[in-house]
Design a protein around this ligand. Structure first.
Ligand code: ZN
Length: 140
């Protein structure tokens, strides 16, 4: 069996997609809050280039990665009246409403130290950035 067709590879690709969408949620909130910076915009452009390259690579194995514009998270930016993730700052309620029907994204969220987190946001943060979850707050 070719490596790209193995279940572990498909899981890996799914996890890459989850990470990409953590970045997309952070960028969406930063633009709409608005708290974005030129550095964040430059990083997002680099992420999009990497994502496009990954899409191209995995498409040769018939592994479909969603396009950047397949999911629009902007409807999940509310004021402080809705519960939100303390990493990406988007609502923890209704994320399933913006995902494609066929997606296998993890829509779970968790509470830690009185703060809410999307499970993929918390996993990414704990495994890549720091062992202590942040408690970011919305500017608005
Ligand atoms: Zn989040």
């Amino acid at each position: 069996m070719e490596v790209l067709q193995q279940i572990r590879t498909r899981d890996y690709v799914q996890h890459l997609q989850e990470i990409f969408h953590v970045q997309k949620r952070i960028y969406t909130a930063a633009v709409l809050e608005p708290t974005t910076t030129s550095e964040l915009i430059a990083l997002w452009k680099q992420i999009l280039v990497l994502w496009t390259n990954l899409q191209s690579f995995f498409s040769t194995a018939h592994l479909h990665l969603l396009n950047d514009d397949d999911i629009d998270y902007s409807s999940l930016v509310f004021g402080n009246t809705h519960p939100y993730c303390s990493i990406c700052l988007l609502s923890t309620v209704g994320i399933d409403t913006v995902l494609p029907d066929s997606s296998t994204f993890n829509t779970a969220y968790l509470t830690f130290a009185g703060r809410l987190y999307h499970a993929p946001c918390a996993n990414f943060y704990l495994n890549v950035i720091d062992g202590i979850l942040p408690s970011l707050k919305r500017a608005s």
